[in-house]
Design a binder for this molecule. Structure first.
Ligand code: PMP
Length: 406
């Protein structure tokens, strides 16, 4: 184990040492994507420098080595999520592709007229739109689960909306805009009483706190590597073994078949069934390096540090005149979304950029969640383990200058 400190994490991440607009970079856009430790960058260089090969085919040494690395990545993801076996893990391009995969494969087979898919109002568009698309085709309904004023999911409404018609509940383990961490385990247990399956979008959760899919009893769990210190273009889907074995092919092509003829094609078993074509092999290599990097730290220490940084930031931001934080649910990740009276969010973001501070402004792909607060756009600072109180101070100072000067 590596003792955790934000300085130890920072020391590994080269990009954090660059300047932007003449100022040391303050990267507070981790909800959009995280920066990469040199261990990940070096793993990619080593793969392309000395190990590149396609996998699962070709009886040569490098094909075998690449296959082993790919499968080691699968095993690492399984362990990271607490999944029973590597066979329960399907690689995908990211959260969005994994959700679409479940919608198109599982959804098409299991949804029909009059069925309900329950989706909390705080979900990211990628956990709303794929359900709307498959619902339209299957004549199922997407039913929004309302929020309370503090950004928590209304649990009474949820209990009322669940019924024997509910086939699926699709909810995020942590909201990318309000930071809310819902009681996923309890909500899953309740859904299961009605025979519904539960898909958990872990895109914003996995970098922040340890996840155990068996403890959650989730039927599906999805995440993106790039929000977890790994490259873009790689992510994963976990599905419960019995659910996964029952899933129909989605994309057809190489790797997912057992034999092909014009009379009859037979398919490989899961997870390969759901991985048509050449996968993102270097992405898996990078993901493996990222998981090794993150899990070398004491994850509980990381979560405790991020919580203290969040408390510090909430208090410091509250001092900025005209600043309004969205969402105040107590269980949350270190995401701070706010509006500043008299300034458009895009203006605030470009002002901060002038000071080398990267935040996001816009609707954060969660328009229904913002609509809940009566706004169309907001500024979001999203923190990671390598951010510091000094960086939060820079954010606050810059916002105070904006207020004073305009
Ligand atoms: N769900 C949540 C909660 C997210 O924050 C994001 C990324 N902003 C996504 C899904 C989509 O992830 P990706 O774009 O990596 O597929």
């Amino acid at each position: 184990r590596t003792a955790f400190s934000p300085e130890a994490a920072r020391a590994d991440v080269p990009i954090l040492h660059r300047t932007v607009n003449g100022h040391p970079l303050v990267w507070l856009d981790n909800g959009a994507t995280t920066q990469k430790p040199r261990q990940v960058i070096e793993a990619l260089a080593a793969f392309y420098g000395s190990a590149n090969s396609n996998i699962h085919r070709g009886a040569h040494t490098m094909a075998r080595e690449a296959t082993e690395a790919y499968e080691e990545g699968r095993a690492a993801v399984a362990q990271f999520l607490g999944a029973p076996s590597p066979d329960d893990i399907v690689f995908a391009r990211g959260t969005t592709e994994a959700i679409n995969l479940v919608a198109q494969s599982w959804g098409r087979a299991h949804l029909g007229p009059g069925d309900d898919i329950l989706v909390p109002v705080l979900e990211h568009h990628s956990n709303i739109v794929p359900w709307q698309m498959i619902a339209k085709e299957t004549r199922a309904r997407v039913v929004p689960v309302p929020l309370r004023p503090d950004g928590r999911i209304d649990q009474d409404a949820y209990a009322d909306l669940l019924s024997m018609r509910t086939r699926l509940v699709a909810l995020s383990h942590a909201s990318n805009v309000l930071g809310t961490v819902p009681p996923v385990r309890a909500m899953t247990a309740l859904a299961h009483r009605y025979g519904a399956k539960v898909l958990v979008d872990g895109a914003q959760a996995v970098a922040h706190f340890p996840v155990d899919v068996q403890e959650l009893d989730a039927d599906f769990y999805v995440f993106s590597g790039h929000k977890l210190f790994a490259p873009t273009g790689i992510g994963a889907l976990y599905a419960k073994p019995d659910v996964l074995r029952d899933m129909a092919p989605w994309q057809g092509g190489g790797n997912m078949i057992e034999s092909v003829s014009f009379d009859r094609t037979t398919f490989a078993p899961a997870p390969h069934l759901l991985e048509a074509g050449t996968g993102h092999i270097s992405g898996v290599v990078g993901l493996l390096a990222a998981l090794n990097w993150l899990t070398a730290f004491d994850r509980d220490a990381v979560a405790a540090y991020e919580n203290s940084l969040l408390a510090y930031a909430r208090q410091a931001l509250a001092e900025v005149p005209g600043l309004q934080l969205l969402g105040s649910a107590p269980d949350r990740i270190a995401v701070l979304t706010f509006t500043l009276a008299g300034h458009a969010p895009s203006q605030v973001a470009s002002w901060l950029d002038g000071d080398g501070i990267a935040v996001r402004a816009g609707h954060h792909c969660a328009q229904p969640a913002l609509a809940h607060y009566g706004v169309e756009s907001a500024v979001r600072a999203s923190l990671a383990l390598y951010n510091t109180t000094e960086e939060v101070d820079k954010l606050v100072t810059s916002l105070q200058r904006l207020h004073a000067e305009t």
